[in-house]
Design a protein around this ligand. Structure first.
Ligand SMILES: [Zn+2]
Length: 425
């Protein structure tokens, strides 16, 4: 089959199966508020993973696990080769762990969606020149160990396997020991893939924003994953009586923090190009209703699609602190918590997603991803892109995260066609 013939594929995704899979996973770790809590390597995570492993086997995949606990499953190429193959592999996958009380689509769609996509290829009798590998990445959300995107960072070599295995959670549990919940038997395959051994990677995911819905577009073809800078800033003012202290004698730490936060909003708008800035965490001390705030700890989260924009935004946010401190008589300390570089996606994979959407009769839009995904790390070693489907109301990381069933099916349809294109070109 030629790449162009991919457009003529008879792809029929089973909506019943896809919704049943998502519904089944949506019961694992379900809380009273309707949110899902599945921390990496927890019993809930393990239960979801073993359900998916069974589904993968039923779809005819050869299922393995790697040194850091990523689940790795392959569909053979036309010549029957799976792991010992001369041609490089086409990969897809996502994660099963969640934020505390998260939604049921963030991660699982790209996992069971991949299984359903393989089943659609099987049903359509599609054979490919390259094997197709499905990956369930461990610990994408970072809600248990100190870092997120653990499995994909190990796969790309961004983080050494030994460093992953030595991670410790807040309860003192070491990653290496926590992996026992998975109950894997048999030898693990290496986590790391060599550059050149993966032809392309594509991840199906909910958009988690409102761009597709508001523009009436079916599919997003992701062109870049925004980078991130987080700073912790402490404002030291003077706690005092809220009634007895005249306004001109105050050193109010919260007002300094508020002025800074408003400046971040202004800076992000001025920098433009998709740059965004948020102060989502403030701790006000002493925290009394009749006490002038004496100390505020604040964390800002800055994101932008290019290193230049990210540096410009972060530069403004830090340089503004000096003037605010002088003006308000407040001492300010700041510390860089982390900087993650933006991850450009690759034209090979982006174009394949666009072609697949067109072949499925769907509209598509090239767009950046504001959120970080496993594709960020895989892109370090292979051409990568992502397929976004619309999020209702742009909601995610909360129990109300949802996507129309029709759009879920369309995403899987486009994934199946994208895999067929990439695995046959
Ligand atoms: Zn996700």
């Amino acid at each position: 089959m030629s790449a162009t013939a991919a457009g003529k594929l008879d792809i029929n995704v089973s909506e019943t199966q896809l919704l049943a899979d998502l519904e089944r996973l949506g019961r694992i770790g379900l809380g009273a508020d309707g949110g899902i809590t599945r921390r990496a390597l927890s019993n809930e995570d393990a239960e979801a993973r073993s359900y998916v492993a069974e589904r993968m086997r039923a779809a005819g995949l050869d299922v393995r696990h790697d040194e850091v606990g990523n689940l790795r499953a392959r569909r053979p190429a036309r010549d029957g080769a799976t792991w010992n193959t001369r041609s490089n592999v086409v990969m897809t996958g996502s994660h099963l762990d969640s934020v505390p009380s998260g939604g049921k689509l963030d991660g699982p769609l790209g996992v069971v969606g991949a299984v359903c996509a393989v089943e659609a290829l099987n049903a359509a009798g599609v054979q490919t020149e390259r094997p197709i590998e499905l990956v369930v990445f461990v610990g994408e959300e970072g809600s248990r160990f100190k870092r997120g995107t653990i499995g994909s960072a190990a796969l790309s070599g961004h983080v050494a396997v030994a460093d992953v295995l030595a991670l410790v959670d807040p309860d003192g549990v070491i990653y290496r020991n926590a992996m026992a919940t998975y109950g894997d038997s048999g030898a693990a395959i290496p986590a790391r893939v060599e550059r050149g051994s993966v032809h392309a990677f594509v991840e199906l995911h909910v958009e988690q924003g409102g761009v597709l819905e508001s523009s009436g577009t079916d599919i997003g073809a992701v062109t870049t994953i925004a980078g991130l800078v987080q700073h912790m800033v402490t404002f030291h003012g003077d706690a005092n009586h809220a009634g007895a202290t005249p306004m001109h004698l105050r050193r109010d730490a919260l007002l300094a923090a508020a002025q800074w936060a408003l400046g971040i909003e202004r800076a992000a708008r001025e920098v433009g190009g998709g740059a965004v800035g948020t102060v989502g965490k403030l701790t006000v001390e002493p925290g009394g209703k009749n006490i002038i705030p004496g100390r505020v700890d604040a964390i800002c989260d800055l994101r932008a699609p290019t290193p230049e924009l990210l540096t410009a935004l972060a530069g403004f946010v830090i340089s503004s602190l000096h003037g605010i401190g002088e003006q308000r008589g407040v001492e300010i300390e700041q510390q860089l918590l982390q900087r993650v570089e933006p991850g450009p996606m690759h034209e090979l994979a982006i174009a394949a997603v666009e072609r697949a959407a067109a072949a499925a009769g769907l509209s598509s839009l090239r767009m950046p991803s504001g959120a970080i995904h496993d594709a960020l790390h895989v892109a370090e070693v292979a051409p990568a892109s992502m397929i976004f489907v619309p999020s209702i109301g742009g909601k995610s990381h909360c129990p109300t995260e949802a996507t129309q069933p029709r759009d879920l099916v369309r995403g899987v349809d486009v994934l199946a066609r994208t895999l067929a294109i990439l695995a046959n070109e």
